[in-house]
Design a protein around this ligand. Structure first.
Ligand SMILES: C[S@@+](CC[C@H](N)C(=O)[O-])C[C@H]1O[C@@H](n2cnc3c(N)ncnc32)[C@H](O)[C@@H]1O
Length: 289
């Protein structure tokens, strides 16, 4: 190799808190944290029905350890249900993170009706950094369709704000399209699979090629799938061996629906796009434990 760096994608099966305790030397630049939401769902490998205090105590330990192995100015994006906003902000503050944005990820799907309050249509993603000043923040520009009252096309798009309403959730219905990974009977294999477009936006905003992106709750491996195409290093932990197998297959052969390239045109007005996109010319090693 010349001056090119070797990127890698590590997929580890196990408990993320244990891994975080055992790996004090790791250097993380960006974390996407999408934990189970403790909604009492049936899972094979963990209890999704913990007493609230225990759930937040456990997440707090994880988030604190992530902070310790994150480089100064490194970022975390913490996804949660909107009803947990208060707790999510508190836990980040108490574990040493500096708040940057409360991102509203407005789902394109219709809101679930509710009798006693407004229907809920968004999820929160808290963006925070280690220290007040982010080490990297790339100002992305997008060009969403013009509102009907606009008479003239924009010349060079608009900056992404803290309301993300242009990324469709992968629902269980037909909207999930080709991107949702399904078994032979057409059933979704991982119902919490995040959209590749969501991880693309997070990775482009808060990292540069060569950085290490961490996902302690990897699920179906969306973070690893996006990071590995953008020449970032990636470390993912997942407790369920079936999911680990799924991730292994997913990143060893990128499906057309998972290609980040199909979203590139949405960001063409971003000034430093080619620099932050990361050309796919670096060698990549894939490790499984
Ligand atoms: C909400 S899902 C993440 C979905 C992911 N963002 C994706 O795109 O597929 C949470 C995942 O965390 C995993 N998990 C739960 N407890 C864990 C633990 N202690 N350590 C590592 N993974 C865990 C679950 O098996 C589940 O796949």
């Amino acid at each position: 190799m010349t001056n090119k760096e070797l990127t890698y994608c590590k997929i580890l099966q196990g408990d993320c808190l244990q891994w975080l305790k055992d790996n004090p030397e790791e250097e993380i630049h960006l974390t996407f944290l999408d934990p189970p939401f403790n909604q009492g769902k049936e899972y094979r490998h963990f209890n999704d029905n913990l007493p609230q205090e225990q759930y937040w105590g456990w997440l707090g330990d994880i988030i604190k350890r992530i902070n310790e192995i994150t480089v100064p100015g490194g970022a975390i994006y913490f996804m949660q249900r909107e009803k947990n906003t208060e707790e999510a902000l508190r836990i980040l503050r108490e574990t040493g993170w500096e708040f940057q944005n409360l991102i509203i990820w407005r789902k394109k799907t219709s809101a679930i009706p509710c009798d006693i309050r407004f229907g809920k249509q968004y999820q929160i993603i808290v963006f925070a950094t280690k220290g007040r000043k982010p080490r990297v923040f790339n100002k992305l520009r997008i060009n969403p369709p013009l509102p009907p009252e606009y008479k003239h096309d924009r010349e060079n798009g608009i900056y992404v704000t803290d309301v993300w309403d242009d990324i469709r959730e992968l629902t269980s219905g037909y909207f999930a399209g080709d991107e949702a990974i399904r078994d032979d009977d057409g059933k979704r294999i991982h119902t919490q699979q995040s959209p590749i477009a969501l991880l693309l936006r997070i990775i482009l905003s808060s990292s540069i090629p060569g950085d290490c992106v961490f996902d302690p709750f990897s699920g179906s491996g969306t973070t690893l799938t996006a990071a590995s195409q953008l020449n970032r290093k990636a470390v993912g932990i997942e407790v369920d061996p079936h999911n680990v197998e799924l991730i292994r297959r997913r990143i060893s052969q990128i499906r057309p629906a998972d290609e980040v390239g199909r979203f590139r045109k949405e960001y063409i007005y971003t000034e430093n796009l080619s620099e932050i996109w990361g050309e796919q010319n670096l060698e990549m090693a894939i490790n499984y434990n």
